[in-house]
Design a protein around this ligand. Structure first.
Ligand code: SF4
Length: 334
C-alpha cells in the first residue's frame, strides 16, 4: 500500500524528497500542490519533472480520503461520513450567515467514556492520521469556503496530539493553508500533559468540557475526572494569558437536576475567578438509554443570568443539526 504525502509538514516533505535524490525545493512545490492547489494525484503536480513524479509515485500517493455519505439538517447543518476501514467517523459543517465552520473528528471512537456522549459509548478504535483529519477539511463540499474549524467532533484531540498538532501546523503555515490560528478552536476534557504542550506551543483557541464544578459529580459524568481533575486543568490554564487574541471558553452541558442549580453556578464562579474566559451553555440532546435529561429552558436562562451577573460572559449555544444527529454528543459514525 502506498504512503500518503498529505499530512506531512515542509520539513518532512524535504526529507521524503531527499530519499529520492530530488532537490530540496521540490518539497515546497509539493506542499503547494497538496495544500494550496489541492490536487488529488501526484500526476497533477505538473511543475515536477516526469521522473520526479514517477519516483514519488513508486511509494507515495496524495492520500486523500473522500466522504462516503452526507445528510443535511433542516437548519442547513451537514453531516458527512468518512469511512476509516470498517468504521465511520463524522464531520459536521455548520453554516451561519457568511461563516462556514467545520467540526472535525480526530479519532475513531473515543477512550474518554463521557456518559452523555454517543461517541464515548463506542469505545476507542484508533487515531486518525493528519492526512485523515485534513481530508475532512479538503473533501467536504464547502471546503473552499470554510472560515473556522473546531476540533469538537469524535475523539479527544489532545489524546491524538501529534496528528492534531501536525494538522494545525499545516492549517496555519504559510506553505500550508495559511489560516490564522484565531480561526481554530480545540476542545478538550483537559488531558493535562498534552494540554500543557498545547498551551505552550499553539496559539489557537481552547475550549474545555467542564460540565460540573464539583469533583465527585463530574466524575460520575466523566470518568477522566479521576486522572485529569478539573481543578488541576483550571489551575494550569490560569498560568497562561487569555487577555490577548487567544481565548479560552468552557463548555457546560445542562442536565436537569444534576448540574443546573444555584450551588453549581456559584461554584463555577469561584472555580473560574480571575480567569478571562467565557462559558458556553449547551442544551443536552437526549441520547438513547440514558437517564440524563435536558434542563428546562427557564432553568437554563436563570443559570445563564446568574453567571453573567457574576461577570462571566455566558451564552447559550444554539443547537444545530439535532434532527440528523449532528449536534454535540450525538456523533456515532452511522
Ligand atoms: Fe470523547 Fe468528547 Fe465524547 Fe467525551 S464528549 S467521550 S471526550 S468525544
Amino acid at each position: 500500500m502506498k504512503k500518503a504525502l498529505l499530512g506531512h509538514n515542509l520539513e518532512e516533505l524535504k526529507y521524503i524528497v531527499s530519499l529520492f535524490g530530488l532537490p530540496s525545493f521540490t518539497a515546497k512545490q509539493i506542499a503547494d500542490w497538496l495544500y494550496k492547489k489541492r490536487v488529488k494525484s501526484i500526476d497533477d503536480m505538473t511543475n515536477l519533472s516526469k521522473s520526479a513524479r514517477e519516483k514519488l509515485s513508486s511509494e507515495y500517493e496524495v492520500g486523500r480520503t473522500g466522504y462516503s455519505g452526507k445528510i443535511i439538517s433542516t437548519d442547513g447543518t451537514k453531516k458527512y461520513l468518512f469511512m476509516i476501514g470498517e468504521r465511520g467517523v463524522e464531520t459536521v459543517m455548520i453554516p451561519d450567515d457568511d461563516r462556514y465552520t467545520i467540526c472535525v473528528s480526530s479519532q475513531v471512537g473515543c477512550k474518554m467514556g463521557c456518559k452523555f456522549c454517543m461517541t464515548g459509548r463506542q469505545g476507542f478504535h484508533g487515531h486518525l492520521s493528519a492526512a485523515q483529519i485534513l481530508s475532512q477539511f479538503m473533501e467536504i463540499d464547502e471546503s473552499a469556503n470554510l472560515t473556522n474549524a473546531v476540533f469538537m467532533g469524535m475523539g479527544e484531540p489532545l489524546d491524538n496530539y501529534s496528528s492534531v498538532m501536525k494538522t494545525i501546523e499545516i492549517l496555519t503555515s504559510d506553505w500550508g493553508f495559511g489560516w490564522s490560528p484565531k480561526r481554530i478552536t480545540l476542545s478538550t476534557i483537559g488531558v493535562l500533559p498534552t494540554l500543557k504542550n498545547y498551551l505552550d506551543d499553539c496559539k489557537c483557541h481552547l475550549a474545555v468540557s467542564l460540565h460540573d464544578p464539583f469533583a465527585d459529580e463530574r466524575l460520575s459524568l466523566m470518568p477522566m475526572q479521576k486522572p485529569f481533575p478539573i481543578e488541576e486543568t483550571v489551575k494550569l490554564i490560569k498560568q497562561y494569558d487569555f487577555t490577548g487574541q487567544r481565548r479560552v471558553s468552557f463548555e457546560y452541558i445542562m442536565f436537569s437536576g444534576i448540574n443546573d442549580t444555584k450551588k453549581h453556578a456559584d461554584a463555577l464562579v469561584r472555580l473560574l475567578s480571575g480567569l478571562e474566559c467565557r462559558i458556553n451553555l449547551i442544551r443536552f440532546h437526549k441520547i438513547p438509554d440514558s437517564d440524563l435529561s435536558p434542563s428546562p429552558m427557564p432553568v437554563i436562562e436563570t443559570f445563564k443570568k446568574r453567571l453573567n451577573d457574576a461577570g462571566i460572559i455566558t451564552t447559550l449555544r444554539a443547537s444545530r443539526g439535532e434532527d440528523v444527529l449532528a449536534a454535540c454528543g450525538m456523533l456515532a459514525g452511522k
